[in-house]
Design a protein around this ligand. Structure first.
Ligand code: THU
Length: 132
Protein backbone atom coordinates (compact mmCIF):
# COMPACT_ATOMS: atom_id res chain seq x y z
CA UNK A 1 0.00 0.00 0.00
CA UNK A 2 1.19 3.52 -0.74
CA UNK A 3 1.27 6.11 2.04
CA UNK A 4 -1.92 7.71 0.68
CA UNK A 5 -3.71 4.36 0.54
CA UNK A 6 -2.61 3.56 4.10
CA UNK A 7 -3.96 6.89 5.35
CA UNK A 8 -7.34 6.21 3.75
CA UNK A 9 -7.28 2.60 4.91
CA UNK A 10 -6.76 3.67 8.53
CA UNK A 11 -9.63 6.17 8.30
CA UNK A 12 -11.94 3.60 6.73
CA UNK A 13 -10.95 1.07 9.40
CA UNK A 14 -11.96 3.52 12.15
CA UNK A 15 -15.41 3.76 10.59
CA UNK A 16 -15.50 -0.05 10.08
CA UNK A 17 -15.09 -0.38 13.85
CA UNK A 18 -18.08 1.96 14.39
CA UNK A 19 -20.43 0.08 12.02
CA UNK A 20 -23.96 -0.19 13.43
CA UNK A 21 -24.78 -3.73 12.32
CA UNK A 22 -26.95 -5.52 14.90
CA UNK A 23 -28.73 -7.51 12.16
CA UNK A 24 -26.12 -8.60 9.62
CA UNK A 25 -23.07 -8.25 11.91
CA UNK A 26 -21.26 -7.40 8.66
CA UNK A 27 -19.06 -4.36 9.24
CA UNK A 28 -18.14 -2.10 6.32
CA UNK A 29 -16.06 1.07 6.39
CA UNK A 30 -15.29 3.58 3.64
CA UNK A 31 -13.19 6.68 3.14
CA UNK A 32 -13.35 9.31 0.41
CA UNK A 33 -10.69 11.89 -0.37
CA UNK A 34 -11.73 15.35 -1.54
CA UNK A 35 -9.80 17.17 -4.25
CA UNK A 36 -8.19 19.39 -1.60
CA UNK A 37 -7.01 16.37 0.37
CA UNK A 38 -9.60 16.10 3.13
CA UNK A 39 -10.67 12.57 4.11
CA UNK A 40 -14.20 11.67 5.21
CA UNK A 41 -15.02 8.22 6.52
CA UNK A 42 -18.30 6.37 7.03
CA UNK A 43 -19.74 3.08 8.23
CA UNK A 44 -22.86 1.10 7.42
CA UNK A 45 -25.85 1.97 9.58
CA UNK A 46 -28.57 -0.67 9.76
CA UNK A 47 -32.20 -0.35 10.85
CA UNK A 48 -34.85 -2.72 12.20
CA UNK A 49 -36.68 -1.85 8.97
CA UNK A 50 -33.87 -3.55 7.02
CA UNK A 51 -34.34 -1.69 3.72
CA UNK A 52 -33.49 1.62 5.36
CA UNK A 53 -29.89 0.53 5.91
CA UNK A 54 -27.29 3.02 4.71
CA UNK A 55 -24.11 1.54 3.28
CA UNK A 56 -20.68 2.70 4.43
CA UNK A 57 -19.77 4.23 1.06
CA UNK A 58 -22.88 6.39 0.98
CA UNK A 59 -22.41 7.42 4.62
CA UNK A 60 -18.87 8.64 3.82
CA UNK A 61 -19.98 10.47 0.66
CA UNK A 62 -23.01 12.06 2.31
CA UNK A 63 -20.92 13.23 5.28
CA UNK A 64 -18.55 14.96 2.82
CA UNK A 65 -21.32 16.45 0.69
CA UNK A 66 -23.08 17.81 3.76
CA UNK A 67 -19.83 19.56 4.67
CA UNK A 68 -19.64 21.16 1.22
CA UNK A 69 -17.35 18.71 -0.64
CA UNK A 70 -18.71 17.22 -3.86
CA UNK A 71 -15.61 16.03 -5.78
CA UNK A 72 -13.69 13.00 -4.60
CA UNK A 73 -10.36 11.92 -6.09
CA UNK A 74 -10.53 8.40 -4.66
CA UNK A 75 -12.55 6.08 -2.45
CA UNK A 76 -11.49 3.11 -0.32
CA UNK A 77 -13.78 0.41 1.08
CA UNK A 78 -12.96 -2.16 3.78
CA UNK A 79 -14.86 -5.28 4.83
CA UNK A 80 -14.08 -8.59 6.46
CA UNK A 81 -14.14 -10.23 3.06
CA UNK A 82 -12.18 -12.65 0.91
CA UNK A 83 -10.46 -10.14 -1.36
CA UNK A 84 -11.56 -6.52 -1.44
CA UNK A 85 -15.02 -5.56 -0.20
CA UNK A 86 -17.22 -4.83 -3.22
CA UNK A 87 -19.57 -1.82 -3.25
CA UNK A 88 -23.21 -2.60 -3.97
CA UNK A 89 -24.90 -1.34 -7.13
CA UNK A 90 -26.67 1.54 -5.39
CA UNK A 91 -23.38 2.80 -3.94
CA UNK A 92 -21.65 2.52 -7.33
CA UNK A 93 -24.37 4.73 -8.84
CA UNK A 94 -23.98 7.34 -6.08
CA UNK A 95 -20.18 7.16 -6.49
CA UNK A 96 -20.48 8.11 -10.20
CA UNK A 97 -22.14 11.37 -9.14
CA UNK A 98 -19.04 12.56 -7.28
CA UNK A 99 -16.08 10.51 -8.59
CA UNK A 100 -14.58 10.88 -12.07
CA UNK A 101 -14.33 7.86 -14.39
CA UNK A 102 -10.52 7.56 -14.18
CA UNK A 103 -10.32 8.01 -10.38
CA UNK A 104 -9.04 5.08 -8.29
CA UNK A 105 -11.37 2.84 -6.28
CA UNK A 106 -9.58 0.79 -3.62
CA UNK A 107 -11.32 -2.34 -2.38
CA UNK A 108 -9.68 -3.77 0.73
CA UNK A 109 -10.21 -6.17 3.58
CA UNK A 110 -9.22 -6.54 7.23
CA UNK A 111 -6.12 -8.55 6.20
CA UNK A 112 -4.82 -5.43 4.47
CA UNK A 113 -5.25 -6.84 0.96
CA UNK A 114 -6.06 -4.25 -1.68
CA UNK A 115 -7.61 -4.41 -5.16
CA UNK A 116 -7.25 -1.35 -7.36
CA UNK A 117 -9.86 -0.37 -9.94
CA UNK A 118 -11.09 2.80 -11.59
CA UNK A 119 -14.59 4.20 -11.27
CA UNK A 120 -15.18 3.32 -14.94
CA UNK A 121 -14.16 -0.31 -14.33
CA UNK A 122 -16.56 -0.85 -11.45
CA UNK A 123 -19.51 0.88 -13.16
CA UNK A 124 -19.12 0.98 -16.93
CA UNK A 125 -21.80 2.53 -19.18
CA UNK A 126 -23.19 4.43 -16.19
CA UNK A 127 -26.06 6.87 -16.20
CA UNK A 128 -24.85 10.31 -15.17
CA UNK A 129 -25.65 14.03 -15.22
CA UNK A 130 -24.24 14.19 -18.79
CA UNK A 131 -27.17 12.03 -19.90
CA UNK A 132 -29.80 14.47 -18.66
N1 THU B 1 -23.02 -2.88 2.84
C1 THU B 1 -22.27 -1.73 2.76
O1 THU B 1 -22.10 -1.01 3.74
N2 THU B 1 -21.73 -1.42 1.56
C2 THU B 1 -21.89 -2.14 0.43
O2 THU B 1 -21.54 -1.69 -0.65
C3 THU B 1 -22.47 -3.48 0.52
C4 THU B 1 -23.27 -3.75 1.73
C5 THU B 1 -23.62 -3.22 4.13
C6 THU B 1 -25.11 -3.08 4.17
C7 THU B 1 -25.48 -4.02 5.29
O3 THU B 1 -25.37 -3.32 6.53
C8 THU B 1 -24.39 -5.08 5.27
O4 THU B 1 -23.35 -4.55 4.46
C9 THU B 1 -24.85 -6.41 4.70
O5 THU B 1 -25.46 -6.23 3.46
Amino acid sequence: MTEEEKLMYDEAKKAFDQAYVPYSKFHVGAAVKTKDGKIFNGCNVENSSYGLTNCAERTAMFKAVSEGYTEFTSILVIGDTVGGCKPCGACRQVMTEFIKKDAPVYLTNTKGEIERYTMEQILPYSFSKEDL
